[in-house]
Write a protein that binds this ligand. Structure first.
Ligand code: NBP
Length: 484
C-alpha cells in the first residue's frame, strides 16, 4: 500500500458511513471539521488539492473520526442518509461548480449547506434550483474566523426550514455559547442567513474603521507610541467599549516585529484589502434605499488607502494644517473613547436599520433581537454592548431605529459633546475621519425634523419639472411651480 492510500485509510475507525461531509479544507473548513468531530460527529472530507487533505489527515486530523476522499462520488457514497454536506470553499462560481458535481450523486432528502460568504442573491437562486431538483439547500453565514470555526463560531442559517430542522442539532452544538445559549438561530428563508452575515461584515468594516480613526487621532495629535496605545486600549476594554475588536487592537499595539524589534503596527503598509462583503452591504443598502453612511465610508476608506502610491505623490503637492493640540492629554483620550462609543452605536444602528428594511423587502421576518443575541459571542463584532441592542429589540418589537431606544438616546446625549469636540479637532488638524464624521452626520440628520431637502426638491422642479409636495397640504399630491 503506498503512503497516500495508507494515510487515507489510517483514519477510518470503522467502515460505517459518516455523519457529515465537508468539502473545502481551507482555513475555515479544517477548523469546522475539527469542531464537529470534537462534538461527537464522524466526517468525510474532500478537497480539490489532494495534498492538503493528506496534510490535514496526517497533521491535526490524525487519529480522529475523519476520513478523506479523492473523488466526490466516493465521498457521497460514504455519507449517512439524509446526507449533510458542508461546502467551505471560495464564494462565487466555485460553489455552483461543486453543487453541479454533487447533484449527480445526491438524493431527494439530502442537504447541501453552503457555509462560505456567498452573496445572498446567489443563495436565493441556489435555493430555488434545489427545490426544482428536489433536494434541500441551506445558506449559512459563519463568523469568527479560524479560532471561531474551531472553538465555536456565530452561525446564521437561512434557506430550507426542513433542512434547518435536520441539521440544527449539529449547528447548535458547534456554535459559540453566550449565557449558555448557542449563538445560532434560523434567520429565515432563502438568502436570509447570508444576508445577515453580509450586514454583520458591513458593521465590522465600520467598527474597524472607527477604531482605526481613533488610533490615528491619538497617534497624530497626541503623538502616542504603540506602548501607550496598548495601555489605553486595554483600559477601554474594561469599559463600555469591551469587544473582541478592541481587545485584539490592544494586543496588536503590544506586539513587536521579530525582524526589527519595532511595534508590528508601524511595520505594516497602510493599504487595506477587502473581499467584498462590506461593498455588497453598501450596494444593497443603496439598492433598497437605506442610509448606511458609516459602512459605506469604511469601504471607501479602504479603497482610498489602497491607492498608496498616488497618495504619496499627492502628499507632496497638497497641503493641510499641521497637527496641533495644546489641551490636556487625558481629556482628549477620554473624549476619544466617548466619541468612539457614540459613533459605534450609530454605525450599529445603521446596520440594524438595514436589516429591518431588508426583512420587509425580502419577506424574511428577521428577529433583530435574536440577531443581536447570536452576535454576542463567536463572531468578529462580538461586544458587550450587543446585550444593550438585544434588550432594546426584545423590549420594543417595533423599534424603528436603535437611536430611539432609551439607552441609546441617553448615551448619545451624554457623549455627543465629546464626539463633536473630537470630530472638530480632527478636522482642524487635517486628520481624515470619514467614519467618525459620517456617523455624526447620520445622527444629526436622523434627529432633524427639518432638513434642506426642500431646496433639493425646488432644484429638481426647476430643471426637470419633477413636482414637489407642499408643507401646507396633507395628501401626496405633486405640485408645480413656474420659476420665471
Ligand atoms: P481558504 O482560501 O483557506 O480555502 C478556500 C477553499 O476553497 C480551499 O479548500 C480551496 O481548495 C477551495 N477552492 C478554491 Br479557492 N477554488 C476551488 C475550486 N475551483 N474547486 C474546488 N475547491 C476550490 O478559504 P477560507 O478562509 O477557509 O474560506 C472559505 C469560505 O468561508 C469562503 O467563502 C470565505 O469567504 C468564508 N469565510 C472565511 C472566514 C475567514 O475568516 N477566513 C470567515 C467566515 C467565512 P484548494 O485547497 O484546492 O485550493
Amino acid at each position: 500500500m503506498d503512503d497516500e492510500k495508507k494515510i487515507f485509510k489510517d483514519n477510518v475507525k470503522t467502515m460505517e458511513k459518516k455523519d457529515i461531509g465537508l468539502i473545502g479544507l481551507g482555513v475555515m473548513g479544517q477548523n469546522l471539521t475539527l469542531n464537529m468531530e470534537r462534538n461527537g460527529y464522524s466526517l468525510a472530507v474532500y478537497n480539490r488539492t489532494k495534498s492538503k487533505t493528506m496534510a490535514f489527515l496526517r497533521g491535526v486530523g490524525k487519529g480522529k473520526a475523519i476520513i478523506g476522499y479523492n473523488n466526490i462520488e466516493e465521498f457521497c457514497k460514504n455519507l449517512k442518509p439524509p446526507r449533510k454536506i458542508f461546502l467551505m470553499v471560495k464564494a462565487g462560481n466555485v460553489v455552483d461548480h461543486i453543487i453541479t458535481e454533487l447533484e449527480k450523486y445526491i438524493d431527494s432528502a439530502d442537504i447541501v449547506i453552503d457555509g462560505g460568504n456567498s452573496y445572498f442573491m446567489d443563495t436565493q437562486r441556489r435555493c430555488v434550483d434545489s427545490e426544482k431538483k428536489n433536494y434541500h439547500f441551506l445558506g449559512i453565514g459563519i463568523s469568527g474566523g479560524e479560532e471561531g470555526a474551531l472553538r465555536g463560531p456565530s452561525i446564521m442559517p437561512g434557506g430550507s426550514e426542513e433542512a434547518w430542522e435536520n441539521t440544527k442539532e449539529i449547528l447548535l452544538k458547534i456554535a459559540a455559547k453566550a449565557d449558555n445559549q448557542p449563538c445560532c438561530s434560523y434567520m429565515g428563508s432563502n438568502g436570509a442567513g447570508h444576508y445577515v452575515k453580509m450586514v454583520h461584515n458591513g458593521i465590522e468594516y465600520a467598527d474597524m474603521q472607527l477604531i482605526a480613526e481613533a488610533y490615528f487621532i491619538l497617534k497624530n495629535v497626541l503623538k502616542l507610541d504603540a506602548t501607550e496605545l496598548a495601555r489605553i486600549f486595554s483600559e477601554w476594554q474594561k469599559g463600555e467599549l469591551n469587544s473582541y475588536l478592541i481587545q485584539i487592537t490592544g494586543e496588536i499595539f503590544a506586539s513587536t516585529d521579530s525582524e526589527t524589534g519595532q511595534p508590528i503596527v508601524d511595520m505594516i503598509l497602510d493599504s487595506a484589502s477587502q473581499k467584498g462583503t462590506g461593498k455588497w452591504t453598501s450596494q444593497n443598502a443603496l439598492e433598497i434605499g437605506v442610509p448606511v453612511p458609516s459602512i459605506s465610508e469604511a469601504v471607501h476608506a479602504r479603497f482610498l488607502s489602497a491607492i498608496k502610491n498616488e497618495r504619496v505623490e499627492a502628499s507632496h503637492l497638497l497641503s493641510g494644517p499641521e497637527s496641533h493640540y495644546s489641551g490636556d492629554k487625558n481629556l482628549l483620550i477620554d473624549a476619544t473613547q466617548k466619541a468612539l462609543y457614540a459613533a459605534k452605536l450609530c454605525s450599529y444602528a445603521q446596520g440594524f436599520s438595514l436589516l429591518e428594511i431588508a426583512s420587509i423587502k425580502y419577506n424574511w421576518n428577521l428577529d433583530l433581537g435574536k440577531i443581536a443575541e447570536i452576535w454576542r459571542e463567536g463572531c468578529i463584532i462580538r461586544a458587550k454592548f450587543l446585550n444593550r441592542i438585544m434588550t432594546a429589540f426584545h423590549e420594543n418589537h417595533v423599534l424603528k431605529n436603535l437611536l430611539l431606544d432609551p439607552y441609546f438616546t441617553k448615551t448619545l446625549e451624554s457623549n455627543q459633546k465629546d464626539w463633536r469636540f473630537v470630530v472638530t479637532l480632527a478636522i482642524n488638524n487635517g486628520i481624515p475621519i470619514p467614519a467618525f464624521s459620517s456617523a455624526l452626520a447620520y445622527f444629526d440628520g436622523y434627529r432633524s425634523a427639518k432638513l434642506p431637502a426642500n431646496l433639493i426638491q425646488a432644484q429638481r422642479e426647476y430643471f426637470g419639472a419633477h413636482g414637489f409636495k407642499r408643507v401646507d397640504k396633507k395628501n401626496n399630491q405633486l405640485f408645480h411651480h413656474h420659476f420665471q
